[in-house]
Design a protein around this ligand. Sequence first.
Ligand code: NAD
Length: 373
Amino acid sequence: MLTFEKLYSMGHEEVIFFSEPSCGLKAIVAIHDTTLGPALGGTRMWPYASEEEAIEDVLRLSRGMTYKAAVSGLNLGGGKAVIIGDPKKDKSEALFRAYGRFIESLNGRYITAEDVNISVQDIDNVYTETNYVCGVDKTSGGSGNPAPYTALGTFRGMEAGATKVWGERSLKDKVVGIQGVGSVGLELAKLLNDAGAKILFTDISEENIQRMKNEVSHSEFIAPEAFYGTNMDIYAPCALGATVNDETIPQFKCKLINGAANNQLKEDRHGAVLKERGILYSPDYLINAGGLMNVSIEFEGWADAKSRRMVDTIYNTTLNIYAISDEQNIPVNKAADVLAERRLESMKKIQTTYLGRGSDHRFPGSKVRHNKI
Ligand code: NAD
């Protein structure tokens, strides 16, 4: 059940339910933390078995967005939305436009984008009603497909991993195993190919396997069931979450795990297990933030070079996180949280300074200041 106790414990500011029976809209927006800026996060459409399940999902995902934006150096808060419904049956123009009107009513506290089961067409309908949406098509002035930027960020994280493990940034001759050669995996493979790495890959889609063979010809296919135990220097999960778990860890022969998939560790404790076994893990929510960085600049005018420059910072941030992990003797996944929380705390502190915006803003927070005296 959604209770204030739960919101306090997870740190959420606001949870809003949108309802429009005429088109069957049932949406929940969770705004986790806006210390750094407006809450940005995609909308997911899913046939949740219960409202309880939808609430759990939106609370968990929105909190994750706060950490992702904070660790990536973005001036954005964390938020996420879910629409309860069957994407095959329940989509309509009215539903997405009604949803867009509700987003508009939040006055920019929450900015949405695509997530699971939401298409560019759906987002275009949302965009008809509100400007608080990003990830719109390039032809409508948006930033287009985020996958190449996500792949670039994952590649920069991998270079940081190589620097830490082998003492040099270059990935030349490193054997990299990519699991999943979809939108991001294929782009990552191209970058690795240019860098002179040896590429192994697996997938379950015949179409994507064939496309990979055509576009990155110096690569070798490995059957999915044999993949975890295959000899490789770097394992790059780019398909599913939770592939680092009690069954797979004993099979790994790699020294570095660095991929784009979300939530790679099945449980938090698997970060500690990797550390014990001497396998370096690059924090997933930082190294796959290239797509988020890319959409974040839509509001100031998107440009490829600007986006790439921002994504390149993932190299140094990943090194910083490894350093925190060493200094505090904590797993890398925890060290990423430390860096995110440090930034949030320090930015909260500077917000106590009164900005003196003139007579219209003479009294904001006056009660608080009075109490302090
Ligand atoms: P995608 O659907 O285009 O590609 C996923 C690929 O994984 C497909 O080719 C699919 O056939 C393959 N796959 C699925 N199950 C598999 C299995 N059991 N074994 C091997 N291969 C399997 O998705 P994507 O956009 O490339 O995203 C990949 C991952 O990165 C996802 O976890 C996604 O959440 C995450 N991610 C993507 C972006 C982005 O910009 N697209 C941003 C952040 C995170």
